[in-house]
Ligand binder design. Structure first.
Ligand SMILES: Cc1cc2nc3c(=O)[nH]c(=O)nc-3n(C[C@H](O)[C@H](O)[C@H](O)COP(=O)(O)OP(=O)(O)OC[C@H]3O[C@@H](n4cnc5c(N)ncnc54)[C@H](O)[C@@H]3O)c2cc1C
Length: 292
């Protein structure tokens, strides 16, 4: 099935929306069976595909392929590999893509990637690519069978000089051949709605899919949100702060996510992407709460 079809107006009209779950490669192979248990638990929501992240500078290259291979061989799922330009020549990107297609990867989440740890600026590798739109163009040219997702930023990418410039850069990825946009995590739906309107106004016609990370603990979300430059509403932080008990924070965080998702569904989103962080508990609770 083509990526676009998961998010088509016809599918939405018939009451079905796209659903994807994002995993990351576990630290070692011994943890892979645990991850496959999580995958099995999430199957009851009939996801359209799973994605697996790609560590900075290719640090998880083989483990990412390992997870994707297991998803294909053990569960026969549709799979998307994240791929970044950081630290790779075009030749190395091709070699990864050849391996990925050989194990049956269906889609690529095409990214530039963050600067390596300790560096503040992204530096193009000699013989490599500069921006995600370059990767999208290469994929379209050389791997036309792969569906392509790209990243979008409702709160503006942290390096962009303005929201307008960031949007023009997003449009480059779309014009280069992306099939759908998945957003960075966010906790204020108004940011998403404004972003979606601005995408439409600039002529972006591909689906814009919200990326949702249910909060399970205040310290961990404060760390993640500061890395991604995602704002946490003060009343949400206040509610989470009322107790440092793990159960309390899980309850408050997943209730918030359930309300957030319910509101997004009402607004007519064609699909949703969950950052599941390799655990089914929070995402399952949210999807059950909204009656998925
Ligand atoms: C859904 C999602 C999944 C992710 N998965 C991973 C992952 O697996 N591994 C990982 O390391 N990181 C991942 N990231 C993080 C991502 O790599 C970073 O946010 C990174 O800083 C930007 O990547 P990008 O693909 O959005 O870059 P780009 O689209 O290239 O944008 C980067 C910056 O450059 C600007 N820009 C873009 N194109 C141009 C151009 N042609 N000319 C001038 N300026 C331009 C943009 O405005 C932006 O400020 C993910 C992010 C999201 C939202």
């Amino acid at each position: 099935m083509k990526l676009k079809d998961f998010f088509s107006p016809e599918r939405l009209q018939s009451g079905t929306r796209g659903l994807s779950f994002e995993l990351f490669p576990p630290k070692n192979e011994e943890l892979l069976p645990n991850l496959m248990n999580t995958v099995e638990e999430l199957q009851r929501f009939s996801p359209d595909f799973f994605t697996c992240t790609y560590g900075a500078g290719g640090s998880t290259r083989d483990r990412t392929l390992g997870v994707l291979g297991a998803l294909k061989t053990q569960h026969n799922l549709r799979i998307a590999s994240h791929l970044t330009c950081v630290g790779s020549t075009v030749e190395q990107l091709r070699s990864y893509l050849d391996e990925a297609t050989a194990i049956g990867v269906d889609y690529i989440v095409a990214l530039r990637g963050d600067p390596p740890k300790g560096e503040t600026e992204f530096k193009q590798t000699e013989g490599g690519l500069r921006y995600a739109n370059d990767l999208v163009s290469m994929l379209r040219r050389e791997y036309p069978g792969l569906g392509i997702l790209v990243a979008g930023y409702p709160e503006v990418h942290q390096e962009a000089p303005s929201a307008e410039v960031d949007l023009e850069n997003l449009k480059r990825k779309v014009d280069s051949g992306a099939d759908a946009i998945v957003t960075q995590l966010f906790y204020n739906n108004e940011d998403f709605y404004r972003f979606r309107d601005r995408c439409e106004a600039i002529g972006i016609k591909i689906p814009v899919i919200p990326g949702i990370l249910p909060v399970i603990s205040l310290p961990s979300i404060q760390r993640i949100a500061s890395m991604c430059k995602a704002a946490l509403p003060q009343d949400f932080v206040d509610a989470l702060s009322q107790s440092d008990q793990v159960d309390w924070q899980f309850q408050v965080g997943t209730d918030f996510a359930a309300n957030q998702v319910a509101d997004l569904l009402k607004s007519g989103i064609p699909g949703i992407h969950f950052y599941v962080l390799n655990s089914s508990k929070a995402t399952s609770k949210v999807l059950d709460a909204v009656g998925w």
